[in-house]
Design a protein around this ligand. Structure first.
Ligand code: CAO
Length: 433
């Protein structure tokens, strides 16, 4: 069975997280992703947050599966020549350097189009055109400038960033969609195009409902927010704690064991349609006859008291029991699952969402597999490449270099010779479906 993106070759100039998540996704779909790294140095994440000395970090390995690595100094004359040849041979180039880095190397969009008019040139930057366009940006900067931090946390506390990498991995997803859309367009137009995704835009896109609420504020307080009816609203969308953000009230409540287990909580949504079942199961059938409680409008100003009553019941059950009891009643709820629980969850292993991968220097580790499942093109997660592991292979097979040409490129420092280490360490690549 062929992979969906088989035959698509990607020149991957990405580093850190946002760009690599995009190219990893495309590699899982079958694209040949050639990761270009600086000789002797590589992607900075190879050495960041290392848990094992001298071994590629989990940060790197978990973002660069299914890719090939070539080391190339794109600032040297010979390196630029090789880079130009790679642009000629690829369908897509992806980068997430600081603004202007590719231009400083001498590869402007104008020049790239001349080299290969069919090439799709895709970039992640922190900001789009505007006052901050030259700024370098990491995940939490994007969360803060994209509206996530100002709307996350409790009303009486500071803005909070979330653990989900919505700026990096979120923008990587946007970029991947932009690339496949541009590839689709190229089928008709025969030409490549520029694809640009700003992390600020990506975060704001995910905060769409908060811009909705900003405009609703002009017409009065936001009734589903915990500030209503006793707190005050300012002129900007406030932080809503654990309120659901949709039309149905929800909150995080304690479950049995909460005193010692920081994740013994569950999220419960007191959806109007399922309220009778919820009221009965928590022992408050009396609410169903009481006009103070038996309509969504009557309950709205009393959500704190409502969830307090629900919590009295959930505290007598563990979070999985709550799930088992409430789901048949159509009450949407979700246990707060720890990373440990997710890592050990058999159903996620079965679907390939959590995957065990083998690595020649690290051994076995867990990663998150492709969250997008294609029935005719299932993802196969293969280990990340060692630095420069495929330099010779790419020079020979993609660019048609002879052994002498490879030696010449190595001796002038245009490409690295890390392959020696890679060969010594090479184990059979292990993959898991
Ligand atoms: N050969 C030669 N030089 C190379 C090279 C290669 N193979 N690969 C990279 N370089 C050079 C770049 O050309 C750049 O040189 P100049 O500064 O002279 O132009 C330099 O290495 C470093 O690039 P950088 O400025 O992008 O790296 P940084 O560590 O200073 O900044 C980051 C990192 C992420 C803040 C910045 O790249 C950025 O803002 N990217 C866009 C937003 C983004 O993707 N952020 C997400 C990061 S994940 O949280």
């Amino acid at each position: 069975m062929g992979k969906a993106l088989e035959g698509v070759r990607i020149l991957d100039m990405t580093h850190v997280q946002s760009g690599p998540t995009c190219t990893q996704l495309l590699a899982w779909f079958g694209a040949d992703v050639i990761k270009v790294e600086r000789p002797g140095v590589g992607d900075a994440t190879r050495g960041q947050l290392r848990d094992i000395p001298d071994v590629d970090s989990l940060y790197f390995t978990m973002l660069n599966h299914n890719k090939r690595s070539i080391t190339l100094n794109t600032k040297s004359e010979k390196g630029k020549e090789i880079f130009t040849r790679l642009i000629e041979e690829c369908d897509v180039m992806v980068e997430n350097f600081a603004p202007g880095a590719l231009d400083r190397m001498g590869f402007s969009w104008d020049r790239i189009q001349k080299i290969n008019p069919r090439l799709i040139y895709a970039s992640v930057k922190g900001f789009g055109p505007g006052p901050y366009q030259e700024c370098k940006v990491y995940e939490n900067v994007a969360q803060c400038t994209g509206g996530s931090a100002s709307t996350t946390g409790f009303d009486d506390g500071p803005p909070l960033v979330t653990g989900a990498q919505i700026g990096d991995s979120g923008t990587g997803l946007n970029l991947a969609l932009g690339i496949v859309t541009a590839l689709f367009h190229r089928e008709k137009s025969g030409r490549g195009q520029r694809v640009e995704c700003a992390m600020q835009d990506g975060v704001l896109n995910l905060c769409r409902v908060k811009l909705r609420d900003q405009q609703r504020l002009a017409h009065g307080p936001l009734h589903e927010y915990p500030q209503y009816p006793n707190g005050t609203f300012g002129d900007a969308t406030p932080r809503a704690g654990n309120a659901s953000g949709g039309g149905q009230p929800g909150w995080v409540v304690k479950c049995k064991g909460w005193e010692t287990d920081p994740n013994a909580y569950t999220y419960v949504i007191a959806q109007a349609a399922a309220f009778p079942g919820l009221a009965k199961v928590i022992g408050r059938a009396d609410w169903l006859e009481d006009p103070e409680w038996n309509t969504p409008e009557a309950r709205l100003p009393k959500l704190e008291a409502l969830f307090h009553e629900i919590e009295k019941w959930t505290m007598t059950k563990d979070k999985f029991e709550v799930m088992e009891i409430l789901n048949p009643l159509n009450v949407p709820c979700g246990p707060i699952l720890s990373m440990k629980e997710l890592a050990e969850e058999p159903s996620l292993r079965k679907t390939g969402t959590v995957v065990e991968v083998d690595h020649p220097t690290r051994g076995k580790y867990l990663t998150v597999g492709n969250p997008i499942k294609l029935s005719a093109s299932p993802a196969e997660v293969k280990r990340s490449p060692l630095l420069g592991e495929h330099t010779e292979e790419i020079l020979k097979k993609v660019l048609g270099f002879s052994d002498d040409e490879i030696k010449a490129a190595q001796s002038c420092g245009a490409v690295g010779d890390e392959h020696v280490t890679a060969d010594a360490l090479r184990l059979k690549s292990t993959s898991f479906g």
